[in-house]
Design a protein around this ligand. Sequence first.
Ligand SMILES: Nc1ncnc2c1ncn2[C@@H]1O[C@H](COP(=O)(O)OP(=O)(O)O)[C@@H](O)[C@H]1O
Ligand SMILES: Cc1ncsc1CCOP(=O)(O)O
Ligand SMILES: [Mg+2]
Length: 269
Amino acid sequence: MSQSPGTLLAALRAEPPLVQCITNYVAMNIAANVLLAAGASPAMVSDAEEAGEFAQIAGALTVNIGTLSMPFVDGMRAAIGGAQQAKRPWVLDPVACQATALRRRVAAELVALRPTIIRGNASEILSLVGEASRGQGVDGRDAVAAAEDGARRLAQQTGGVVAVTGAVDFVTDGTRAVRIKGGSLWMPMNTALGCSLTGLCGAYAARAADPFDATVAALAHFAVAGQRAHPGAQGPGSFAPRFLDALHAVTPEALDAEAVIHSAEDVAA
Ligand SMILES: Nc1ncnc2c1ncn2[C@@H]1O[C@H](COP(=O)(O)OP(=O)(O)O)[C@@H](O)[C@H]1O
Ligand SMILES: Cc1ncsc1CCOP(=O)(O)O
Ligand SMILES: [Mg+2]
């Protein structure tokens, strides 16, 4: 039986999960604040000497290639090994994986390690499945709908969950699929919100029986908080603090009441 976003938010807040985030320099502070506001306990731990050990005490691991360098890659390999040994969920954010040979190579290596969840924008997901991507650096330039079939194939290939985010988000495990509406136009103009959402997927995965439910809950939490923060904001700057406050203020009951989640099993967008 599936667990609703509100049920999972209540579980997360009752026992804040420790989430190990190997993320980029841009996202470190923003993602940590997002996780704290939502109700989780982030730790940015990436050095290869300790990352594997830390992954065994964390509830979940998230791996993000945003500011890629070889020391980061060594830390990712160690951490993923630790998470797999401890049977912890881990989440991949393939930031700008279409952009360079190094990113394509590292992203392919990480996908082959079968992440529990992959979360990216449409341009990144298209690149992961070998399709033409119009991504410009870290910014997605493709419609979510264009990446839905690829996301289904990718989920079947990894045995995990794939989330494609954008104006309307899409989540699939290769069999089930949903679309999630909400958010705000100011969200893509706030750097590292996608990276922060990847961290939140990890937080929910640490508390959920099913990574599909965890991913839907994390994306719904963002969608509801973004929608609530939008009306009082004049632009991306004033949106940011309102969004953090909204992540914190949303209750489990409100999350279930306000989340707009539709089945996408065989209906076009
Ligand atoms: N046009 C939009 N309208 C509403 N929400 C959006 C829009 N674009 C992105 N979002 C939201 O912003 C968050 C980050 O997604 P996205 O911008 O796709 O990630 P990334 O920053 O990795 O490219 C998600 O919660 C997504 O739903
Ligand atoms: C701007 C930038 N450059 C390298 S990583 C990064 C942050 C990307 O964050 P997001 O993918 O969440 O927009
Ligand atoms: Mg991103």
